[in-house]
Design a protein around this ligand. Sequence first.
Ligand SMILES: Nc1ncnc2c1ncn2[C@@H]1O[C@H](COP(=O)(O)OP(=O)(O)OP(=O)(O)O)[C@@H](O)[C@H]1O
Ligand SMILES: [Mg+2]
Length: 240
Amino acid sequence: MLEVVNVSKRFGGLVAVDDVSFQVNKHEVFGLIGPNGSGKTTMMNLISGAHKTTSGDIYFQERLISGMPPRGIFLRGVARTFQLVKPLSGLTPAESVMAGVVFSRNPLWGREAEKAAQRMLTRVGLAGRGHEPLSSLTYIDQKRVELARALISDPQLLLLDEWLAGLNATELLEGIDLIKSISAEGTTIVLVEHLMDAIRSLCQTCVVMNVGKVIASGETDSVLSIPEVIDAYLGDASDV
Ligand SMILES: Nc1ncnc2c1ncn2[C@@H]1O[C@H](COP(=O)(O)OP(=O)(O)OP(=O)(O)O)[C@@H](O)[C@H]1O
Ligand SMILES: [Mg+2]
């Protein structure tokens, strides 16, 4: 479904992503983990086309997507949420979600788009909230709107950058179930997450980044028991 081949991204003197390669299989929930600043969000930005690669190639369904504009990548079936939400200011939650389908590869219009948006809002836990001002929603609820906006485009690949971060214990369990149900419908998911319990329960395989490089990859349970991976996380925790 997705193949990242020797990808690097340089910001001036900083190499945020350094010769990274991995592949994601169809229908997989794939974990992308690593301490703060290790290059995870940059990698998501490279896949979605928000950033251009400095070198290396990214293939989606065997077609080269690195170098394409974000809209072209979205139209091929890649949707995303943002680590820091990017609300569409001035629109209601329902209108924000409709924007995800009106501009998608299978567009709906008018009443159809509105009905689909209400269905998606219900699915992410915002039933009946579609016409409140977006600014009156909590940060977490704005993240729900963003997920609905991504889902309504019926993506084949969904990129979730710390979507579960900040949920309380009950919401977290609901959030994990929601991601499982999205996966069960056949959507392939790349999940950036710091919550190890979520990674363990959702991801069959994962890749671990540290300072831009891949330090481990493979089956989640075995990857998370590698001493270098544990060190990378403990090093990060002791920095805080
Ligand atoms: N647009 C940019 N311009 C310059 N430097 C950037 C830019 N985006 C990211 N970086 C730098 O690249 C490195 C990797 O950042 P990135 O946001 O990808 O990390 P991350 O793994 O997502 O971290 P976190 O877990 O804190 O979200 C950091 O040193 C960051 O400061
Ligand atoms: Mg990040």
